[in-house]
Design a protein around this ligand. Structure first.
Ligand code: MTE
Length: 564
């Protein structure tokens, strides 16, 4: 029995394991039999490779070559089941490094936070056009994104702006807009690009970008839109209870997986009309992205769908411009879908095909990911049909300043900033903050909220009254125009997929209220003696009360113990 499997010998980090600080190392307790049985966490064996099986698949450069000239990084999977089968064989003929533990163990303090070792390895194992996908993706990140981005996952690239930049402007600059990828970043030449519209439409057609941009054929539309990933604020769920642990669907996002931009394009409804409309009971539109996504040892393109009712309402844009510029490559150049008020996952980037279908797509991104489970559903029992497919985003908000565990010295009110958003065409009507854990609430004054728009967030600022000293809990919640509001605790929102952390945002802040004389004097004393004020936990080395004061107190007050 190896050291890692022992339960009779202490490990060096035994105390941490016992305290749940390294929970991934805890054995499961199976109490179903007469004796309790311990199921130890898996210790990963050396990686294996069945070279003969791999070789039997054939020439990978030929099999998995670029689908179309001018479409770097595009491998087509959906049209070629035999190619998918070969990729599956490659992925099952060898083993890959396990996902690093980041939920029940320490999260790395690096940027990128996580590397994405398994996704890199899967792309390399397929080879061909995917051989350089991870290096190329990172090169595009460095070229297009702000140097201060927080890279949660290097590959597939997932990154968000730091808190100080999330709401610094009501419209997010392109370089600071969060990025959520499931695969590489295809680099597509505009002149070589085209879009297929097929499936259950009267006249299937192919369009060039110039045709889509021809105003004499299609009226253009421009909208200010907030895009939100259902993973926004996931770290709050993770830090309470772990959930599904695949780094890509479950990246540890903070409050920055939300951004607001002006998009320009055309309504998809017009294009459907141009194809003669839907036929034979079509009710959904399937969108195809050329990047490669992996799920359960299968390679596939990024495919999702939205209902026709959403398209019919002119709420699905095919966009080529973001904040007055051509879409950045990382955000879907040359054309992406923007679905107003829905989860970001439906806004397919680098769009190359739209297919009219009868029912919501069976593709795994739609049918097996982005599901909102109830709390009793997890690894031990979950089925995709137990989850609600996330479409319209609920009302949510977040505090961008101050930060959790921060000490704030103030004159009776704490300056707070943040965002609030509601999906489905609703908008934040009121934002409220509490400095006492959610007992009493103060509304953000109207003139301290950014302008209302139907499909966008509002940024806000407030001087939050706070008399209390020491640790307090600041809570933020939003009421949208339908008077929907947020559940008050993360526990109430927790789910196995760790999606939609829409509970009221709570941060612990240590309040130092300088309106009090004793606090003013103490701060002056730190200054005068040069004693260490920050960090909070650093002990002070001066006397906090003079002997005379101390004595005087006991002369004027009853003694600690009573004589009887
Ligand atoms: N489209 C493709 N082709 N591939 C993807 O991985 N990610 C989706 C969506 N569109 C994705 C995609 C998800 S989950 C989100 S939240 C949004 O893109 C994010 O858009 P952004 O990266 O432009 O912010």
């Amino acid at each position: 029995m190896g050291e890692a499997h022992s339960d009779s010998v202490n490990r060096p980090d035994e105390w941490k394991i016992e305290q749940g600080i390294n929970g991934a190392k805890l054995p499961f307790l199976d109490q179903t039999g007469e004796e309790t049985v311990k199921i130890q966490p898996k210790v990963w064996d050396a990686l294996t490779k069945d070279q003969a099986a791999i070789d039997s698949v054939g020439n990978r450069d030929e099999l998995f070559k670029r689908e179309l000239d001018g479409w770097e990084g595009y491998v087509e999977w959906e049209k070629y089941p035999e190619k998918k089968a070969k990729a599956h064989k490659l992925l099952t003929s060898q083993t890959f490094p396990p996902n690093p533990e980041y939920q029940m163990g320490p999260i790395p303090d690096t940027n990128p936070v996580l590397e994405g070792a398994d996704y890199k390895a899967w792309h390399a194992a397929i080879g061909g056009e995917l051989t350089t996908a991870s290096d190329d993706s990172w090169a595009t990140v460095l070229k297009e994104k702000h140097p201060d981005m927080l890279h949660l996952l290097q590959f597939p690239y997932n990154g968000e702006p730091p808190k100080r930049l999330v709401t610094s402007k009501p419209v997010t600059p392109n370089s600071l807009h969060f990025v959520r990828n499931h695969g590489g970043i295809p680099i597509i030449e505009k002149e070589k690009w085209s879009l297929d519209l097929d499936g259950l439409v009267a006249n299937p057609k192919k369009y060039t970008l110039d045709e889509l941009m021809d105003e004499s054929r299609f009226p253009q539309m421009e909208k200010l839109v907030t895009m939100q990933c259902s993973g926004t604020r996931r770290i709050e769920q993770i830090s309470l209870y772990a959930g599904q642990g695949d780094e890509v669907p479950q990246a540890p996002w903070a409050e920055g997986a939300i951004g607001t931009a002006h998009y320009k394009g055309i309504s998809l409804k017009k294009l459907i009309k141009d194809c003669g409309g839907l036929i034979n009971g079509a009710k959904h539109l399937e969108f195809y992205g050329p990047d490669t996504y992996f799920k359960a040892e299968q390679a596939m393109n990024y495919v999702v769908s939205v209902p026709w009712s959403k398209v019919k309402a002119n709420e699905v844009i095919l966009a080529w411009e973001m904040n007055g510029e051509p879409l950045p490559k990382i955000h879907g150049y040359p054309l992406r879908v923007v679905v107003l008020g829905y989860i970001g996952a439906r806004s397919v980037k680098w769009l190359y095909r739209i297919k009219a279908i009868e029912n919501p797509t069976m593709a795994p991104v739609q049918s097996k990911e982005y599901l909102y489970f109830n709390q009793q559903v997890g690894k031990h029992n979950q089925r995709p049909t137990d989850g609600i497919q996330i479409q319209e985003m609920p009302v949510s908000s977040a505090i961008m300043s101050p930060w959790n565990k921060q000490v704030v010295i103030h004159n009776g009110s704490i300056k707070c900033k943040g965002w609030a958003y509601s999906g489905g065409g609703r908008w934040p009507e009121r934002v409220e903050l509490s400095a006492d854990g959610g007992f009493s609430w103060y509304a953000v004054p109207n003139d301290q909220m950014s302008k209302k728009h139907k499909w966008t967030w509002r940024t806000w600022e407030i001087d939050l009254p706070c008399d209390v000293e020491g640790w307090i809990e600041i809570v933020c919640r939003c009421w949208d125009n339908s008077l929907n509001t947020q559940p008050l605790t993360v526990r109430a929102a927790w789910n196995w997929g760790l999606h939609v952390t829409s509970s009221a945002h709570r941060i612990a802040v240590y309040s130092v209220n300088k309106t009090r004389q004793i606090t003013r004097d103490r701060l002056a004393k730190f200054e005068e003696t040069g004693a260490v004020l920050a960090p909070l936990t650093c002990p002070e080395h001066f006397e906090t009360q003079s002997q005379e004061d101390y004595k005087k107190f006991w002369e004027e007050n009853d003694p600690r113990d009573v004589d009887d």
